[in-house]
Design a protein around this ligand. Structure first.
Ligand code: UN1
Length: 496
C-alpha cells in the first residue's frame, strides 16, 4: 500500500486539511491500494497560483519543443505499461487485457501529441484588399481544471492532459476518488519526461469540495469534464455564468442494431464485448440491443448461451472475462435497475443477481444480465445504468430499428450490423450519435479520431484527434496591412 500526496508546483504536498481517504480493490475489498490526501479549496488555491505562474513561461515554449516532452512521456509509459495496467486492475477492477488497452490509449494519445506539435495548422486566406494578408493561429488560454472519471483511469486523463499541455496551457487535474493512483502515476511520468514545475498539478479529493473550488475559481479559464450528465449540466451552468470554456463528455445509452441479413455470429461477439467489457462501465457500452423481428428468437438463444459462459473473477487472472463493479454503491445501483426492469414487465433472460462464489465474495461482482421483451419506453431502455445489464428490444423493420436507436436523450455511439450497403449508409446518415460503427460494436474508439456525442451526451465538443486541440486553444485572426495607406474593407472599390 502506497501513500500518495498532492503534486503541486513540482513538490509532493499533504492537504492543508490533514485529512486522507483510502482507495480499495473492488475485486478484493480487504486490499487497500493507496491512501490519498482529502483536499480542500485551500489546496486548489495553492495549485492555481503555481499554475498561473508556470503558464507565463510554458506558453512561450515552441510547440515542437513541448511535443518532445510528450514523446518522452509516451516512451516512459511504454516502459511502465504492465505495471500501470496491473495497478489499474487493482484500483478499479477491469480485466488486465482491458487495462493494458487503456494504458495503450494513453501511449497513443501521447504519440499523437508528439506529432501534432509539428503540424498545428492555421489557415491562410485572401484579403478583399490589396497588400494585406489574412491568417489564423491558435493560442493557449491559461490554467485549466481537468476533472476525470474512474472507468478509463489513464486514457481519459491522457485525452485531456496531452492536448491541454501541448497547446501551451497549464492544468490542475482532479481524478475520480476511485482511481487516484493511476492519475498520480501519469502525472509523475509527465514530470519525469520534462514537464516543468507548476505546469501540471494533481489535487486529490471529492467533487463536492475541490471540483466545486476549481469550477468557481476566477483564474480557471476552462473545465474539461467527463462523467454523468447530471454533474455535467451543473458544470455547464456555472461555466455559462462565468463564461469559462467548458467541454463535457457525458452519459450514453448506446444501441446495437442487428438486421435480418447480418452475420449473427459477428453481431453476437460484438454485443458481448460491447455490453460486458469493462463490466458495462463505459459511456460507450452497448446497453440496448435492437433486433429485427425475423432473427429475434434465434439471436436471444445464442446470446443466452454465450453470456452464461462468461467467466467472472479478479481481473489480474488472464482467463477472466468480466471483473467486478467499481464499488458496492455501483453494484446496488445496478441491482436496483434489475428490480425496476422486472417491475416494468421485461423478461429476465439471464443474470440479475450478485455473484459471490469463492474469492468473488470479497468483491463487488454481478452476473452479466440480459433482459428481453424490453419496450423502448421502459426505464431500463432509457436510463444509463453503467453496469453489465443489456436490454433487448424487438423492431419490426429497419425504419423502426433506427427510430428505437435514436429514441433516447443520449447520443454517443451506435452500431449497425448488416450486409446491405444501402441500409448501412442510411443508418450512418440517420443515427443521432457522435460515433457510428458498421459491423463493429459500440466500443473501441481510436485516439486520433474525434470522440464525443450528440444530445445529452455533451455540449458539442469532441475529444480525440485534432478536434481535442480546438477545445484547448483560442483562434486568433490576424490581418497584416502592408499597403501603407488607409484601406477600408467592405467600402473601398477596385478600379480597372
Ligand atoms: C468511455 O467510455 O468513457 O471507445 C471512454 C471506447 C474507449 C473509450 C471509452 N476507447 O470504448
Amino acid at each position: 500500500m502506497k501513500e500518495y500526496k498532492n503534486f503541486i508546483n513540482g513538490k509532493f504536498m499533504n492537504s492543508q486539511s490533514g485529512r486522507t481517504f483510502e482507495n480499495r480493490n473492488p475485486a478484493d475489498w480487504d486490499e487497500v491500494v493507496g491512501i490519498f490526501p482529502k483536499s480542500t479549496a485551500d489546496d486548489i488555491n495553492v495549485a492555481i497560483e503555481a499554475s498561473k505562474k508556470a503558464y507565463k513561461k510554458w506558453r512561450d515554449v515552441p510547440w515542437p519543443k513541448r511535443s518532445e516532452i510528450m514523446r518522452r512521456a509516451a516512451e516512459i509509459l511504454i516502459e511502465k505499461k504492465e505495471d500501470v495496467a496491473k495497478l489499474m486492475t487493482r484500483e478499479m477492477g477491469k480485466v488486465i487485457k482491458e487495462t493494458r488497452g487503456d494504458v495503450q490509449e494513453g501511449i497513443d494519445t501521447a504519440l499523437y501529441a508528439s506529432i501534432q506539435g509539428r503540424k498545428y495548422y492555421g489557415y491562410t486566406l485572401p484579403s478583399e484588399l490589396q497588400n494585406k494578408s489574412c491568417w489564423t493561429r491558435r493560442d493557449p488560454l491559461g490554467v485549466w481544471g481537468l476533472i476525470t472519471p474512474w472507468n478509463f483511469p489513464i486514457a481519459i486523463p491522457s485525452w485531456k492532459i496531452f492536448p491541454c499541455l501541448l497547446s501551451g496551457n497549464t492544468a490542475i487535474i482532479k481524478p475520480a476518488t476511485y482511481t487516484p493512483a493511476c492519475a498520480g502515476e501519469l502525472v509523475q511520468i509527465l514530470h519525469e519526461a520534462g514537464v516543468p514545475d507548476g505546469v501540471l498539478n494533481i489535487v486529490y479529493g471529492g467533487g463536492g469540495e475541490i471540483g466545486e473550488a476549481l469550477l468557481h475559481h476566477e483564474d480557471i479559464v476552462g473545465i474539461s469534464f467527463t462523467g454523468s450528465s447530471d454533474i455535467g449540466k451543473r458544470i455547464g451552468e456555472v461555466c455559462g455564468q462565468t463564461l469559462k470554456r467548458c467541454s463535457l463528455e457525458l452519459g450514453g445509452k448506446n444501441g446495437e442494431v442487428v438486421l435480418r441479413d447480418a452475420n449473427l455470429d459477428l453481431a453476437l461477439d460484438g454485443v458481448l464485448w460491447g455490453a460486458f467489457g469493462t463490466t458495462g462501465q463505459r459511456c460507450t457500452a452497448t446497453s440496448r440491443l435492437i433486433l429485427e423481428e425475423p432473427i429475434y428468437d434465434t439471436f436471444i438463444e445464442m446470446l443466452k448461451t454465450k453470456t452464461e459462459k462468461l467467466r467472472l473473477g479478479n481481473g489480474l487472472d488472464e482467463r477472466v472475462d468480466v471483473g467486478p463493479l467499481v464499488s458496492e454503491a455501483q453494484r446496488e445501483t445496478v441491482h436496483s435497475y434489475v428490480e425496476i426492469g422486472k417491475k416494468e414487465g421485461a423478461t429476465l433472460l439471464t443474470g440479475g443477481e450478485v455473484y459471490a462464489e469463492g474469492e468473488c465474495a470479497r468483491g463487488w461482482f454481478y452476473r452479466p444480465t440480459v433482459f428481453v421483451d424490453v419496450l423502448p419506453t421502459m426505464r431500463i431502455a432509457q436510463e444509463e445504468i453503467f453496469g453489465p445489464v443489456l436490454s433487448v428490444i424487438k423492431a419490426k423493420n429497419f425504419e423502426e430499428a433506427i427510430e428505437i436507436l435514436n429514441g433516447t436523450v443520449y447520443g454517443l455511439s451506435s452500431s449497425i450490423y448488416t450486409k446491405d450497403l444501402a441500409k448501412a449508409h442510411k443508418a450512418i446518415e440517420r443515427a443521432e450519435t457522435g460515433i457510428v460503427y458498421i459491423n463493429a460494436q459500440t466500443i473501441g474508439a481510436e485516439c486520433h479520431l474525434p470522440f464525443g456525442g450528440m444530445k445529452n451526451t455533451g455540449n458539442g465538443h469532441r475529444e480525440g484527434g485534432w478536434t481535442a486541440y480546438e477545445i484547448f486553444t483560442e483562434v486568433k485572426t490576424v490581418y497584416i496591412d502592408y499597403s501603407g495607406t488607409l484601406q477600408k474593407a467592405q467600402i473601398d472599390t477596385w478600379e480597372k
